[in-house]
Design a protein around this ligand. Structure first.
Ligand code: 7TS
Length: 404
């Protein structure tokens, strides 16, 4: 059975009629829909087990703590981390990248250098801009090549003994480009830079293995991978986490506190101040179990087939321009423009047919500038999308252009 045939009954929202048509949801890159297993796990938690974690001696407190910590085990397994202490829960990708930037930022000195790429989401750019400004560090960007890949020769030229951080996306949320993580990490290591990978668009789509990627930090959001909003993961390599002071403080991230100083808690709690997103952790466990049952290789293959069908179909429509690598070996992302139509108009016309795509700068304004466009329209796919939906989408886009 095809993956979409298997999974569609699990997603209640797919029953929605939008503008008189069955919903076609091609915006999972912004946030995916949720299977019933995730929704039910969270309401069960609230109905049966809710209490605060790590501080209550009573039964519910212990249950909640156990469920929260089980989520850490699920994530460790899902991403192939060497230990559970390397899995830190955050509020999402933006929060995780901000936490890393603030934490590393405190160790930077005037003249240190941070390297990003031109295709970064603002969430992997602005935190570094803030840190660079505060510490007098320099921020440099690796350019992208016309085919949407990053210029590795330029990266080599940008790396210097002052490079402290190399931060880059695993998968571009606009172009779908899969960046060669191990290759970039290897190069960053030659100058002893810390590597930070924004995995927001990769975690829902690719099998992850931290021991193979060898990066120092890897962050992602649950809500793009069938899980709830409000929780994300910051993986940090043990040796690097051990070497860093916590970037943010408060509540249970300590062992002992005096008025003028404190002793930090053990990993991973040292980096988790405040009451964490507990119900969301329970939802994330359910999302991971759901994806594991499907098998990430099967997920990737299904989404690759939809991406291929979309790229090939759009390429045949006059007036359509495609962005990103000319291959389905990319994330489940297809950005395009239609000659004579603003990307927002394309999205609004598709919405009138019940088809949800995102349009705009996709929080990647420097990339838009490099591409020479104000924005793009973008279709992104998940496990529940079908080849029939892609066919309907292609016919609708073809109709838009011929109607001009
Ligand atoms: N990094 C990348 C590569 C992303 O695609 C996104 C979200 C983020 C970071 C931020 O994630 P958050 O969960 O903290 O918001 N990207 C998009 C998108 O492409 N459309 O809407 C959100």
């Amino acid at each position: 059975m095809r993956l979409d045939e298997q999974t569609r009954p699990d997603f209640p929202i797919l029953q929605r009629i939008v503008n008189g048509r069955p919903l076609v949801y091609f915006d999972s890159g912004a946030s995916s829909q949720k299977p019933r297993a995730v929704i039910e796990a969270m309401s069960q938690y609230y109905e049966r087990s809710h209490a605060n974690v790590h501080r209550s001696i009573h039964t519910l407190g212990e249950e909640a703590t156990e469920l929260y910590e089980l989520a850490r085990d699920a994530v460790q397994r899902f991403i192939g981390a060497a230990s559970r202490e390397e899995v830190i829960f955050t509020r999402g990708t933006t929060d995780g990248l901000g936490l890393i930037a603030e934490t590393i930022g405190r160790t930077l000195a005037k003249g240190d250098e941070i390297v990003v790429t031109e295709l970064e989401h603002h969430s992997n750019l602005i935190p570094w801009q803030l840190v660079a400004r505060d510490r007098g560090a320099a921020l440099k960007a690796v350019p992208i090549l016309p085919d949407g890949t990053v210029d590795l020769a330029a990266l080599d030229r940008l790396l210097t003994p002052r490079t402290r951080v190399v931060a880059f996306a695993h998968v571009s949320n606009v172009l779908g480009t899969i960046l060669p993580v191990t290759e970039i990490v290897r190069r960053a290591r030659t100058v002893n830079a810390i590597t930070v990978v924004d995995g927001a668009q990769a975690a829902p789509h690719l099998r992850l293995d931290m021991s193979a990627l060898e990066c120092d930090f890897y962050v992602f959001s649950a809500h793009k991978m069938l899980g709830p909003t409000g929780i994300g993961v910051m993986y940090g390599r043990r040796a690097v986490l051990d070497s860093l002071e916590p970037g943010r403080g408060g509540s249970e991230m300590i062992k002992e506190v005096w008025i003028d100083h404190a002793q930090w808690n053990d990993l991973p709690w040292r980096f988790e101040p405040g009451t964490p997103p507990i119900a969301e952790a329970v939802g994330l466990t359910a999302a991971i179990e759901y994806l594991e049952k499907l098998g990430m290789d099967r997920v990737a293959e299904h989404e690759r087939a939809l991406t291929r069908q979309t790229l090939e179909g759009l390429a045949r429509i006059p007036g359509v321009t495609l962005y990103g690598p000319p291959t389905a070996e990319r994330g489940a992302v297809v950005s395009f423009t239609v000659q004579g139509l603003h990307p927002h108009d394309v999205a609004a016309l598709l919405d009138a047919e019940g088809i949800a795509v995102r349009a705009g700068h996709h929080c990647a304004m420097p990339l838009m500038r490099r591409l020479g466009v104000v924005g793009t329209s973008r279709a992104t796919f998940s496990v529940f999308n079908s080849p029939d939906e892609v066919s309907l989408f292609l016919a609708t886009v073809a109709g838009l252009h011929s109607a001009l």
